[in-house]
Design a protein around this ligand. Structure first.
Ligand SMILES: *Cc1c(COP(=O)(O)O)cnc(C)c1O
Length: 236
């Protein structure tokens, strides 16, 4: 068995069945996606529009060459990187979720694209929980403002929140970042269904990567996004 297949099988065994594993294939070749797919993985994460498109095209060609058009068609792509509004048409037709909505401008642009193109996009709002300034995301106040606003986004479904902890080995620092994410979601839940942008089924939390996914799962993550552990180190 390949290393990729081995890692996928181990993760599928380890993770609770209700946790969604996003295999983060960014910066790895499409063959890595194929190996993970063969091992049973169906949800993949990409962070750059052009790379996402190239992989989708390569997978389509590979499926066609085997004569089985259905091969790979059940892959669900999550976009997890910073998304520029001039790249929406490269991304939104193909993804099942944008996890990294990090500005009001992006949210409004996805909504407008959706109304023009007849697609409702599932999204997560990215909450800036890390202590590094460089990580993207909203503050808690901005998230509350969006969710409790009367201005309705008819072509996005805000499914929950995404976050990235500070990059550190200090487990208690990671836990404290993650606990802010959990607390914000928990504070919003009782109000869900009462506001147009806070639907009944709001509440998904995406947190946890290679070095902290076990902590994330123990704290109730619904989605974990794992790259390095599955595909190895990335070469930039
Ligand atoms: C790259 C990336 C990941 C995966 O990180 P690993 O440490 O390789 O598991 C997860 N989430 C986001 C937002 C990323 O950009």
């Amino acid at each position: 068995m390949s290393d990729v297949a081995d890692a996928i099988k181990k993760l599928h065994k380890e993770l609770p069945p209700e946790v969604t594993l996003v295999a983060v294939s960014k910066f790895h070749p499409v063959q890595a996606v194929m190996e993970a797919y063969q091992a049973g993985q169906r949800v993949f994460g990409e962070s750059r529009p052009q790379e996402l498109l190239s992989k989708i095209q390569a997978l389509g060609e590979s499926a066609a060459s085997t004569g089985n058009q259905e091969l790979y068609s059940d892959i669900r792509w999550h976009f997890i990187g910073h998304l520029q509004t001039n790249k929406l048409k490269m991304v939104l037709p193909y993804v099942s979720m944008v996890e990294s909505v990090d500005s009001l401008h992006l949210l409004q642009s996805i909504d407008r694209w959706g109304s023009e193109n007849g697609k409702v996009t599932d999204i997560l709002l990215e909450y800036h929980i890390a202590s590094e300034e460089t990580k993207q995301g909203f503050g808690a106040d901005q998230i509350r403002e969006i969710l409790l606003s009367d201005i309705q986004y008819s072509h996005v479904r805000i499914c929950g929140l995404m976050g990235m902890a500070t990059f550190t080995d200090n487990e208690s620092a990671i836990r404290s970042d993650f606990s802010r994410l959990v607390a914000l979601r928990d504070a919003l839940l009782p109000q869900s269904g009462n506001y147009p942008n806070l639907p009944d089924n709001f509440g998904l939390l995406s947190f946890g990567m290679t070095h902290d996914y076990r902590i994330a799962v123990s704290m109730g993550a619904d989605i974990v996004r794992i790259g390095t552990l599955i595909f190895g180190e990335r070469s930039y």
